[in-house]
Design a binder for this molecule. Structure first.
Ligand SMILES: [Ca+2]
Ligand SMILES: [Ca+2]
Length: 159
């Protein structure tokens, strides 16, 4: 009986220690958002503090409808980005454009340079046809956050 009780106490202490460690790693605003103190931020709690539904959804990595502290940090980053307006990070846009171009069968293997400056994408390099120039421009223009596309793509000199 005594032993059982001690084990229970140790178990309690261990649980407490784990919780304390988690609390120490909490992002600054987490406790504020987690109004019902269940250790997760729900959509309602997130929205009550001005969080955007989209930021919540993309940050809820395991899709359980709750933000863990880790997911919350991501949501905060997304929220800050949304608060900054439609202006998305240039490096992020460049990556998205490059990825989209690589996915396009007709543009595969072509040496298309992509640079982004304050939302304006600059395409450069040499391609095989006018159609590819237009296609690359259309794809770049369709990426989220892109304001303008400067198309410096040229036709490869035939020879
Ligand atoms: Ca909560
Ligand atoms: Ca989650």
């Amino acid at each position: 009986m005594n032993i059982t009780l001690k084990l229970a106490q140790i178990g309690l202490l261990a649980t407490f220690a784990t919780h304390a460690a988690v609390a120490a790693n909490m992002p600054p605003d987490f406790a504020q958002y987690d109004t019902n103190k269940d250790g997760a931020v729900s959509m309602q709690e997130f929205a009550a503090h001005g969080g955007k539904e989209e930021a919540f959804r993309v940050s809820d990595a395991n899709k359980d409808g709750l933000l863990s502290p880790d997911e919350f940090i991501k949501a905060q980053a997304n929220k800050d980005r949304a608060d900054a307006g439609k202006y998305l990070d240039d490096a992020w846009i460049t990556t998205k454009v490059k990825t989209a171009l690589l996915k396009e069968t007709h543009l595969k293997g072509l040496d298309v340079g992509v640079e982004t400056e304050k939302g304006t994408v600059v395409l450069s390099g040499n391609v095989n046809s006018e159609a590819q120039i237009r296609q690359a421009e259309r794809i770049a223009a369709g990426i989220e956050g892109v304001k303008n596309v400067r198309n410096d793509l040229r036709l490869k000199s035939q020879g």
